[in-house]
Design a protein around this ligand. Structure first.
Ligand code: FES
Length: 154
């Protein structure tokens, strides 16, 4: 176990209630935004849970990945409000600008494009989330602007 992972575990109480938060924290330590088998074992052992329960949680929630992803995860909401407000034109713009399909990562390892269900920001549909930040009222132009901003910030 790395020193960094040990430090993360110690921030959490040994309670099954913190499983999702702990998995998030472990996933964030990896620059490629995914959980390794070792991470799942660490979480299970630390919280005293069966490994199968940790695996079930990881496969149930789409925000977790067992495969390496980009440094930034773009998740476009495909639930009804966003769908009706034009989410598909947002997805098309992202696919065109990034040169990838949904579920893929750009060759430079910077972005992974995913779909998600409602992000709770239906009032500003269509919506996408980049890492932990929510962007609403999206248009293709606004999508290009956001990507430029992220690329510029390194
Ligand atoms: S339907 Fe897209 S944020 Fe709720």
């Amino acid at each position: 176990m790395t020193v960094e992972k040990k430090a993360i575990l110690q921030k959490f109480p040994r309670s099954p209630d913190v499983l999702l938060s702990l998995l998030h924290a472990l996933q964030r330590t990896n620059p490629q935004n995914y959980l390794t088998q070792e991470d799942l074992k660490l979480a299970a052992e630390y919280l005293g849970l069966p490994l199968s329960r940790v695996r079930d949680a990881v496969s149930f929630y789409t925000m977790f990945s067992l495969k390496p992803r980009g440094r930034h995860i773009i998740r476009v909401c495909e639930s009804p409000n966003c769908h009706l407000a034009g989410a598909w034109s947002v997805v098309e713009e992202l696919k065109k600008t990034l040169g990838i399909e949904v579920g893929q990562t750009t060759p430079d390892g910077l972005f992974t494009l995913e779909l998600t269900s409602c992000l709770g920001a239906c009032g500003v549909a269509p919506v996408m989330m980049v890492d932990d930040e929510v962007f609403g009222n999206l248009t293709p132009e606004r999508v290009r602007e956001i990507l430029r901003g992220i690329r510029g910030a390194g």
